[in-house]
Design a protein around this ligand. Structure first.
Ligand code: CA2
Length: 145
């Protein structure tokens, strides 16, 4: 049976492709979902993409991943820089975790330079646009092989 990867997205990422294309590009979250599903098929991985603007819902989705997923790709949006709750939830997940940021958070404002997620992540991909999600999927395929 194919291993499942949960792709978790935080606040405002529902607006991907609809605002600020100079920072986040022209692809929508639905495009990301399609691209990951296609690549996942090639890699023998099933993908399920979620997005929420609410911190507790992201925590709930990580708890669900504990039973259902072999790996997590997480772009927690602005919660990346603030959320001990999401870090604590990730620390309860026993599979592999890759953190993704579409923009290069290190080339932006100082408050974006620190990530609570990185303390748990097995890998971090930043500044590669939405292609970062596909790079993360490839890395998970390697880690889970
Ligand atoms: O670069 C990333 O992927 C971020 O996680 C995106 C977050 C930001 O707070 C992080 O510092 C870096 C913001 C997501 C907002 O997404 C939008 C997408 C399109 C239009 C408006 C917002």
């Amino acid at each position: 049976m194919a291993k499942t990867i949960h792709i978790l997205n935080g606040p405002n990422l529902n607006l991907l492709g609809k605002r600020q294309p100079e920072i986040y590009g022209a692809d929508t979250l639905a495009d990301v979902e399609t691209r990951c599903a296609t690549l996942g098929g090639e890699l023998g991985l099933e993908t399920a993409l979620f997005q929420s603007n609410h911190e507790g819902e992201i925590v709930d989705q990580i708890h669900q991943a504990r039973d259902r997923a072999a790996g997590i790709i997480i772009n927690a949006g602005a919660y990346t820089h603030t959320s001990v709750a999401i870090l604590d939830a990730l620390n309860t997940f026993e599979g592999s975790v890759i953190e993704v940021h579409i923009s290069n958070i290190h080339a932006r404002e100082a408050f974006r330079h620190h990530s609570y997620m990185s303390a748990r992540a097995d890998g971090v991909i930043v500044g590669c646009g939405v292609e970062g999600y596909e790079l993360a999927l490839r890395r998970l395929a390697t880690l889970l092989a």
